[in-house]
Design a protein around this ligand. Structure first.
Ligand code: UGA
Length: 437
């Protein structure tokens, strides 16, 4: 099939490459010249495991191209909308500028029978609004909402092997003509057994925001338990293991620590609350305010614990922060709890050094005032305290004996509860976890 993908960020670049991998002829379109140049040279403009390799492989087949020219979308049977919906500045709602601009520029190039397929995370009601716009100009084209559930760091495999496909069509009917066309695009995952659900537009949009809200709630639930464990002298990791064995609860996303960040969960729960308010259903989501508050409290708690670890004062203390990305296997620092904590520590007088295997260039753009050291060994030399804030494999497997020889004082705060406490303590470290005695 001929497919166009509009927006080549985390979502679109991966989607375009994966669609080409599945055998389609794909053009990726973005207004950002630099991004398009990188992608056209088979270089991912961000770190995502496996993406560079995939880009080279599919570009060699001639099935994948990139351009800034929206007219290249003409002639495609499906146009995927993959642009970002960031949080509006100074407001909780989602900024729809990019979605609206993408759709309106696409309208000149749509042909009868084409599908315009939204994948971006949008406020419920967007698909119906865009569908009306599309139908006004092209009565025989269809708008489908097909939310994306990929995780950064696993984006390629999540796209090639999704755990479900959701198609939101106008009437929610299993007979809708768009379904067969989208089934052809996704024939590989469908024949591999991926469940495919048909819904109406608002349901499909809500599936995405509800899923992210649930995940955020699960993380804040366990972080609330961490607060309680700290007060009661209990261990939240044992608690999570025990409740997680109940398969109605499940152990995944019950890792207590410094909380969630990134370009999705924080802004999605806020946009969801804002939209519920517009719909007069704000009461239904007031709990998300608490989810957000618990999450943000973790950052303040880590600053407090760091102060305790530094004998009551951060002034002049050399603190090394291990990890800047919002999660491992990513160079994304959007709303990264690690960086936000590093910045707060610095503001309170600590001498902060941040290290990360991939995210330092992005971190330096966001917080130029912090000191960055790409070499982990150098970064930890003479530190008064280490803070493990992003659980990259290389930090999880640090040897406490070796590291102890390099720091000024062997003190560590494990912000992700991933280190072997007994081993670190046996090596002479003062160890603090979150929600652990
Ligand atoms: C999230 C969802 O997991 C995806 O399904 C969704 O498609 C995506 O948002 C999106 O909307 O595009 P992502 O932001 O890549 O994916 O990251 P997650 O793996 O969900 O992690 C989010 C944050 O939660 C990270 O900061 C992570 O460290 C934190 N987290 C995760 C915890 O603090 N504890 C956990 O147990 C799990």
């Amino acid at each position: 099939m001929r497919i166009s993908v509009i927006g080549c960020g985390y979502l679109g670049a991966v989607h375009a490459a994966c669609m080409a991998q599945l055998g389609h002829e794909v053009v990726g379109i973005d207004t950002d010249e630099e991004k398009i140049q990188a992608l056209a040279a088979a270089r991912a403009p961000f770190y995502e495991p496996g993406l560079d390799k995939l880009l080279s492989e599919v570009q060699a087949t001639g099935r994948l191209s990139f351009t800034t020219d929206i007219s290249a979308a003409g002639g495609s049977a499906i146009h995927f909308i993959c642009v970002g919906t960031p949080q509006k500045k100074g407001e909780n709602g989602a900024d729809m500028t990019y979605v609206d601009a993408a759709v309106s520029s696409l309208l000149d190039h749509v042909q009868p029978g084409d599908l315009v397929v939204g994948k971006s995370t949008v406020p419920v009601g967007t698909a119906s609004r865009l569908s009306t716009l599309l139908k006004d100009r092209h009565p025989e084209a269809h708008l489908v909402w097909n939310p994306e559930f990929l995780r950064e760091g696993h984006a390629v495999s999540d796209t090639l092997h999704p755990d479900r496909l959701v198609y939101g069509v106008q009437d929610g009917s299993e007979e809708h003509p768009a379904i067969a066309i989208l089934d052809e695009a996704y024939s590989a995952p469908i024949s591999a057994g991926t469940p495919r659900l048909i819904a109406d537009h608002p349901t499909a949009e809500l599936v995405k925001t509800a899923a992210n809200s649930f995940l955020a709630t699960k993380i804040s639930f366990i972080n609330a338990m961490a607060e309680l464990c700290e007060a009661a002298g209990a261990d939240v990791t044992r608690l999570a293991d025990a409740i997680g064995l109940d398969d109605r609860i499940g152990r995944k996303f019950l890792n207590a620590g410094i909380g969630f960040g990134g370009g999705c969960l924080p802004k999605d729960i806020r946009a969801f609350m804002a939209r519920a308010g517009e719909l007069g259903a704000d009461q239904a989501l007031t709990f998300l305010r608490e989810v957000d508050a618990i999450n943000m409290r973790r950052r303040a708690r880590v600053v407090e614990l760091s102060r305790e670890l530094c004998d009551g004062s951060l002034l002049g203390k050399r603190v090394t922060v291990l990890g800047a990305a919002f999660k491992p296997e990513s160079d994304d620092v959007r709303d990264s709890p690690a960086l936000s904590i590093a910045a707060q520590l610095q503001l309170q007088g600590a001498v902060v050094t941040v290290t990360d295997p991939k995210a330092l260039p992005n971190a330096a753009k966001r917080f130029p005032e912090l000191h960055y050291q790409p070499n982990c060994e150098e970064a930890i030399k003479q530190a008064d305290a280490l803070l493990l804030l992003t659980e990259w494999e290389e930090y999880r497997t640090l040897d406490p004996y070796e590291v102890a020889a390099s720091v000024a004082t062997p003190k560590i705060l494990d912000g992700r509860n991933v280190l072997d406490v007994a081993k670190w303590r046996a090596a002479g470290w003062t160890y603090r976890g979150l929600g652990r005695p």
